[in-house]
Design a protein. Structure first.
Length: 114
């Protein structure tokens, strides 16, 4: 009887630990995305955005993200599109989710502001 209960507990823990770790990695990815979205929205609403060079906007955005300890974003993942007097910033990037060194799946984020 004791062996059966112990075996049930071991099986439950063996199944729950990877699930909990995956959930925490998903939460981390979505929190990082939230901070990226907030930072891009802040940059888009700044006065004089239409007069700044596209490369300068990209570098400024990456620098602000690094201040928030988001080092995964590069200028290649950011596009600045200008039409008339509207400046749009598009951010595209992938966030791999790994568990015990094995890639489980990849989240793809694609946002355009404003």
């Amino acid at each position: 009887m004791i062996l059966r209960n112990t075996l049930k507990a071991v099986v439950a823990v063996t199944l729950m630990v990877p699930l909990a770790m995956t959930a925490s990695k998903l939460l981390e990815a979505y929190l990082e995305h939230f901070f990226i979205v907030q930072t891009v929205r802040l940059v888009v609403t700044e006065p004089g955005i239409n007069t700044r060079a596209a490369l300068q906007l990209k570098q400024d955005l990456v620098a602000r993200l690094r201040l928030q300890r988001i080092d995964s974003m590069t200028t290649e993942q950011i596009q600045v599109v200008r039409r008339s007097s509207v400046t749009r910033i598009q951010v595209q990037y992938n966030h791999p989710i790994e568990l015990f060194g094995t890639l489980i799946f990849t989240l793809h984020f694609d946002e355009t502001f404003p």
